[in-house]
Design a protein around this ligand. Structure first.
Ligand code: SAM
Ligand code: SF4
Length: 341
């Protein structure tokens, strides 16, 4: 718990009680999405009421406050960030901070709107994006996303590459769904100059499926991949949970995000902001700080800095992702789309 002594809000670096420097902010700009991936959302989702949303001006101000507090990298995510109306307003405001406090602005997207936005993203200063893609089979794509259009995503990927954006593909590994396709996805990604990262499903939010049916430990998958590829461990780290190997046959990079089988929280450098101004200090915990009311209480940022300092003092040591097999409940009640991936 935070100490009760009053804090002076100030600019300057954020260091949590475990000595971790926080310099990475992920911002979920909307909890809405044009897909309904079965592991992420239920088909009939209830979204945040529109009046709870921060305006894009407010999100820009909050992000600026975090930059003053030492954030060097911002990733926009969601829901689907590119379905938020007027999203380029925020991208452009943040793009103006690159080289002025911010080192990098990135985006995680399902790719459906990339053909429309790729050039504008590049012009605003975005250089790297993550695109989520779980299969190369159009029918399976439709089944896993429920509403997605595979060809549109493929065109989006091409448009992004043509615009000069470097792409990393994110693939959630799902038991009995895309296990057998992973080798061809590695060849596809690396053949097109994209890295690929595999992700274990995390038990977040109620969905129709049973999480234990979807969960595929990446340790198992890696063993299988090693019968087909030579994987060389790489020292490359991003401060995040991914560990990387080089696939010697393709020369490309393959990442593994294994929150369920390994806990890499000790090097966590990030916090997460939702589109309603709630700050989550950990993806896998419920504790959060309400920055919206603080933001709206004053045009000065002092109170905001103080609230951020107090929140960082509550950053937990690690997540609580344990699938509750007995009650078949998700470990974390909110869906991934609220806090972003
Ligand atoms: N809509 C965008 C997209 O799909 O890239 C951004 C938001 S999405 C929530 C971010 C990432 O989280 C995606 O790569 C998605 O596959 C992943 N994701 C969603 N729910 C997940 C879950 N329960 N476990 C693991 N990854 C999940
Ligand atoms: Fe939408 Fe991304 Fe969740 Fe799929 S993973 S439903 S694209 S937010």
């Amino acid at each position: 718990m935070a100490e009760s002594k009053p804090l002076q809000g100030s600019v300057g670096p954020m260091v949590d009680p475990f000595g971790r420097s926080i310099d990475y902010l992920r911002v979920s700009v909307t909890d809405r999405c044009d897909f309904r991936c079965t592991y992420c959302m239920s088909e009939h989702m209830t979204f945040m009421p529109k009046q709870d949303l921060l305006t894009l001006e407010e999100l820009a101000r909050l992000c600026s406050a975090f930059i003053e507090k030492g954030v060097k990298r911002i990733r926009l995510t969601g829901g689907e960030p590119l379905v938020r109306k007027n999203i380029m307003f925020l991208v452009e405001r943040l793009g103006e901070r690159i080289g002025r406090g911010l080192n990098e602005l990135t985006l995680t997207t399902n790719g459906s709107q990339l053909a429309r936005y790729a050039k504008e993203l590049y012009a605003a200063g975005v250089r790297r994006i993550n695109v989520s893609l779980d299969t190369l089979d159009p029918d399976r794509f439709r089944a896993i996303t429920r509403w997605g259009d595979f060809d549109k995503v493929m065109s989006g990927i091409s448009a992004a590459q043509d615009a000069g954006l470097k792409i990393k593909l994110n693939t959630v590994a799902l038991k009995d769904f895309n296990e057998s396709e992973i080798p061809s996805m590695i060849r596809f990604a690396h053949g097109r100059g994209m890295d690929l990262t595999l992700i274990e499903t995390m038990p977040m939010g109620e969905i129709e499926e049973d999480r234990t049916d979807q969960y595929l430990p990446l340790s198992q998958l890696r063993t299988r991949l090693e019968s087909e590829f030579s994987l060389k461990d790489l020292p490359f780290r991003t401060g995040g949970p991914a560990r990387y190997v080089e696939v010697l046959e393709t020369g490309g990079k393959l990442g593994f995000i294994t929150p369920m089988t390994h806990n890499f929280c000790e090097s966590c450098n990030r916090v997460r902001l939702t589109c309603s101004g709630t700050l989550y200090m950990c993806l896998g915990q419920e504790d959060a700080a309400d920055l919206r009311s603080v933001l709206r209480a004053s045009d000065e940022d002092d109170l905001l800095f103080k609230a951020i300092d107090e929140a960082i003092l509550r950053k937990p040591k690690g997540h609580d992702f344990i699938i509750d097999r007995q009650h078949r409940r998700p470990a974390v009640g909110r869906h991934m789309s609220v806090t972003g991936g």
